[in-house]
Design a protein around this ligand. Structure first.
Ligand SMILES: [Zn+2]
Length: 246
């Protein structure tokens, strides 16, 4: 992690430590308010975001997930974060994830307002509108990482395996078919087999990443130049773990 990020994190930690157990106080320049024994995380500033490398951002999300898993999440004063970010946003990441009610990325990665762009669609599939949104997030607004996050026991993946037909969902599930077809699995290839479902979901993440790279010259170029990283992950519903995919 870069020195600047270290100092950013230590500044936050110092603020938290200084305020823990103290009387209500306002921290100059941060918009943070703390009451006795409670401290809050601030929204990312431009300086903090710009000082981070793509690897720093990935590490920040992994650390946030560790805090979530261990029940040690930061206290988020959303009103303070709203005030701090109202005049400008400096998110570090853009996250493409599923609409599943159990997978809100900001909570699972312990991030606050103004820290990540979030595109959510059933089965975290990729299409032109998603690519356009990610281009905005990275090329126009400065995000350093695109995280495509699938999850275990995904209903959209099960639906694709079962070839469910239902209104507009039919076309959406077709987007997951390449992942179903390319998953090499000798056992039971049905939605009843959790292992197969999760392997398809992981391949579906890889497929979305491939599509982002193929469909967006803008993002592919930024990635080649080292300005951004595009990474995939599976979120495990059972233990709350974010597993980065290779
Ligand atoms: Zn899902």
């Amino acid at each position: 992690m870069s020195n600047k990020l270290d100092s950013c994190i230590s500044r936050r930690h110092a603020i938290k430590t200084a305020l823990a157990g103290g009387a209500a106080s306002l921290v100059a320049g941060t918009g943070l308010m703390s009451f006795s024994g409670v401290s809050f995380a601030a929204a990312l500033t431009k300086e903090e975001r710009d000082a981070m490398s793509p690897d720093d951002v990935i590490a920040m999300m992994q650390e946030g997930n560790e805090r979530f898993r261990s029940g040690k999440m930061q206290q988020h004063d959303y009103l303070a974060q709203k005030r701090a970010s109202a005049k400008g946003q400096f998110p570090a990441a853009a996250i493409l994830s599923c609409i599943d009610s159990r997978t809100p990325a900001e909570i699972l990665l312990d991030m606050g307002l103004g820290e990540s762009f979030n595109a959510r669609v059933a089965g975290n599939i990729c299409n032109d509108d998603i690519v356009g949104s990610l281009e905005f997030a990275c090329a126009a607004a400065g995000a350093k990482v695109i995280l495509v996050m699938g999850h275990t026991a995904c209903g959209a993946v099960k639906g694709a395996i079962d070839k469910v037909k239902l209104g507009k969902l039919t076309g959406l599930l077709d987007e997951i078919q390449p992942a179903v077809q390319t998953t090499k699995y000798d056992g039971d290839r049905t939605s009843k087999n959790a292992e197969f479902v999760d392997q398809v979901a992981a391949n579906n993440v890889r497929h979305s990443i491939k599509e982002i790279r193929e469909e967006s010259e803008v993002l592919a170029k930024m990635e080649k130049e080292g300005k951004i990283k595009i990474v995939g992950a599976m979120y495990h519903l059972n233990d709350g773990r974010l597993e980065l995919l290779s």
